[in-house]
Structures are given as structure tokens and as C-alpha cells.
Write a protein that binds this ligand. Structure first.
Ligand code: FAD
Ligand code: SF4
Length: 327
């Protein structure tokens, strides 16, 4: 790792001012479970001169239930989220997404903001520069994507963005999308549907380089709402998702009146299944309607030769996650 200056910020204002002072050459660090790997493997075109620690800022670690919903501080850890009785009681899909992330140690370190801002895990992109030299793919400023002609078994089944077929690996992201969350930052409030992008350089979100997430807000669900999360990975205890899915349904008089479904690890950004959602409205949730929703979720898939198996997983996980909402 190269040398950098490490600052312990004592307030959000100080952290923003440090980011602005080192504009374009600084990052904030929370749990560090993703950022440290990025630094060690020299992922980015420019090595940062400053790392600003957010964990020294008081007040960003609260889980607060208010009349309008759940207010989650950016530094709430995945363990805290998964073990919160409040979250488990009303937003079980979100608690389950946090519980299924990484290992116990990672969940103790990893924060919510870090989880939704993490970098992709494409193995060409993450290839350590010390072993055989840096691989300059499109996302690193090079001319071509190595995964398309190479090993793309974990990559996008919905095509490329700017020639890149890496997927968003976050487990909590689809849960926040299904629950229609709002990301509050030092500059604005961002509806979760607008938060993720693969078109902001190496970042996975629309955040500016001097912008910090301070809170994630999850609205209180309507009467009769249920949520669920499911994840398929090679290893159950610690692994990134091959495909994951979150769903939130409102069922009134036995019929679905509102639905939000989100797949992740299938495209550059978490993918809302809007056609599936629309098809469910006004219907009862049965094995048949759930499977129809799963089928619609993959109707536009453009899988590559080695990742076609993910289409079947995505189809099935949508149906299973919907049925999980009834349990
Ligand atoms: C072995 C291993 C297994 C993993 N398994 C999983 C998994 O199964 N599922 C999964 O989803 N993830 C997994 N991860 C990825 C990651 O560790 C977690 O997602 C974790 O939640 C990241 O949080 P953090 O606080 O450690 O982030 P950090 O590493 O501190 O930060 C990650 C990124 O977010 C930015 N950031 C952090 N906080 C803020 C903020 N408040 N505002 C703006 N930007 C911010 C940082 O600048 C950095 O770019 C795994 C990582 C490892 C190393
Ligand atoms: S998928 Fe994206 S990150 Fe991976 S090699 Fe291709 S351009 Fe690079």
C-alpha cells in the first residue's frame, strides 16, 4: 500500500471540508472492509492522498423508529441492523439482507453506507497489480472489457453499461430498493431508485466526491405489508451473491395492492423488476402468480455463454422471495 494521510473527522462538516481540501484525491472510510482492499490492490487511476475516518463522528450510529419510519445512521453496522428487534419486526427483508452479508466479522465492521457504496467485485478489476501487472480494463481507463471474452460466469445477465458487465454486489441494496428508501447526504435527499449508477467513473453511486451519506430512511410500510430477502451464493456462510432478491408487498383483502421487487448481482445496478410488479397488482399471491412474476423478471435477460445459469436462478429467486413474503 502507498502512503496516505489519515484524518479522524470529529464532525460531518469537518469530513466534508477535508474532502474538499483534497478534492479528487480523498475517500471517506467507515468499516474499511471494502476500501482497504481497493487501496491495497491499487484499483483506482489515482492513489488517494487522504483517507477520512467517519467512525470518529458521533451521532451517525443510531437506529431510530419515528412516526414516518426507520431512520438509520450511515455508520450502523450490518450486525446492529440484523439484530435490531425493531427492524426484524417491521422490515424483516432488510434485517435478513444484513444477516446474509459476509461473515460475522465483516458484519461487525461493515456499515450500511459502506455496503451500498462498495465497489464491484469483477476479478479482472480487482486483480492485484503486484501479481503479473495491472489489468487496465474499461473501468480502469483501458479500452476493453476482459470479462466479455474471458471468464464472466458471475457477471451481468442484462448487458453492459459503458462496455462493463460487472455487477453490483451489495446485499442490502436490493432490500433498500424494495422498501423505497431515501439516502440522505450532506447535499441532498436521493430516492434509492436514483442512487446507483455505473456512469460516474469508478464509483457505483451518483455521489459527488465531496458528498457523504449521513442517513438511510426507510418509510413505514402500509398496513398489510410484508417484505423478504433471499440470496443464492456458492457458500452459505461467507460469499457474495450469485443472485439476490428483495421484495415488499402490500396485500389488502387477499389481493396485492402494491409491489416492489429488486434483483441484484445481475446487472451493473440493482434491478427493479417493474414488469413483474405491475403483473402482480390486483392478484392473489399464489405459486402461479409468483412464478409468472419470476418469468417476467428475466424476460429481457441477455446472458452470456458462461452465466446463462444465473437467468434460471433469477427467475426462481423472484418467485421464492415473493412466496417468502407470505411466511
Ligand atoms: C471477504 C469479504 C466478503 C464480503 N461479503 C459481502 C457480502 O456477502 N455481501 C455484501 O453486500 N458485501 C460483502 N462484502 C463487501 C463489504 O465489506 C461490505 O459491503 C461492507 O458493508 C462495506 O462497509 P464498510 O463500512 O466496511 O465500507 P468501507 O470499506 O469503509 O467503504 C466502502 C466504500 O463506501 C464509501 N463510504 C463508506 N461510508 C460512506 C459514507 N457515509 N458516505 C459516502 N461514502 C461512504 C467508501 O469511501 C468506500 O468507497 C465483503 C467484503 C469482503 C472483504
Ligand atoms: S466487467 Fe467491467 S470491471 Fe470487469 S473487466 Fe470488464 S470493464 Fe473491467
Amino acid at each position: 500500500m502507498k502512503r496516505f494521510n489519515h484524518y479522524d473527522a470529529s464532525s460531518v462538516e469537518e469530513a466534508v471540508s477535508l474532502l474538499q481540501e483534497h478534492k479528487g484525491s480523498s475517500y471517506v472510510i467507515a468499516g474499511g472492509s471494502d476500501l482497504m482492499g481497493c487501496l491495497k490492490d491499487h484499483l483506482w487511476m489515482e492513489y488517494p492522498e487522504a483517507i477520512i475516518n467517519l467512525k470518529t463522528i458521533p451521532g451517525l450510529k443510531k437506529i431510530q423508529l419515528k412516526e414516518d419510519g426507520l431512520h438509520l445512521g450511515a455508520l450502523v453496522t450490518l450486525t446492529e441492523l440484523s439484530e435490531s428487534h425493531t427492524v426484524k419486526a417491521t422490515w424483516p427483508g432488510l434485517a435478513e439482507a444484513a444477516r446474509r452479508t459476509g461473515s460475522p466479522i465483516l458484519r461487525n465492521m461493515g456499515t450500511l453506507a459502506g455496503n451500498i457504496c462498495q465497489e464491484n467485485r469483477c476479478w479482472y478489476y480487482r486483480y492485484p497489480d503486484k501479481i503479473g501487472g495491472r489489468i487496465d480494463c474499461v473501468r480502469k481507463g483501458g479500452k476493453r472489457c476482459l470479462a466479455v471474452p474471458g471468464d464472466h460466469r458471475f457477471h451481468s445477465i442484462f448487458g453492459a453499461v459503458n462496455k462493463c458487465i460487472a455487477v453490483n454486489p451489495s446485499d442490502t441494496a436490493p432490500a433498500f430498493v424494495a422498501l423505497n428508501a431515501v439516502v440522505k447526504t450532506t447535499k441532498r435527499e436521493i430516492p434509492i431508485d436514483e442512487f446507483f449508477t455505473a456512469e460516474n467513473g469508478a464509483a457505483s453511486t451518483i455521489l459527488d466526491r465531496d458528498e457523504i451519506v449521513t442517513e438511510i430512511f426507510v418509510p413505514r410500510p402500509a398496513e398489510g405489508s410484508k417484505s423478504a430477502f433471499m440470496k443464492i451464493s456458492y457458500r452459505k456462510s461467507i460469499d457474495f451473491a450469485l443472485v439476490n432478491c428483495a421484495a415488499a408487498l402490500t396485500i389488502v383483502d387477499g389481493k396485492i395492492s402494491a409491489a416492489r421487487i429488486c434483483l441484484n448481482a445481475v446487472h451493473n445496478n440493482p434491478r427493479r423488476c417493474e414488469t413483474s410488479e405491475a403483473a402482480l397488482i390486483g392478484k392473489e399471491l399464489t405459486e402461479e402468480t409468483a412464478q409468472e412474476a419470476g418469468q417476467l423478471a428475466v424476460a429481457e435477460a441477455k446472458a452470456l455463454i458462461q452465466n446463462i445459469y444465473k437467468v434460471q436462478i433469477a427467475k426462481t429467486i423472484v418467485a421464492d422471495t415473493l412466496m417468502e413474503c407470505t411466511r
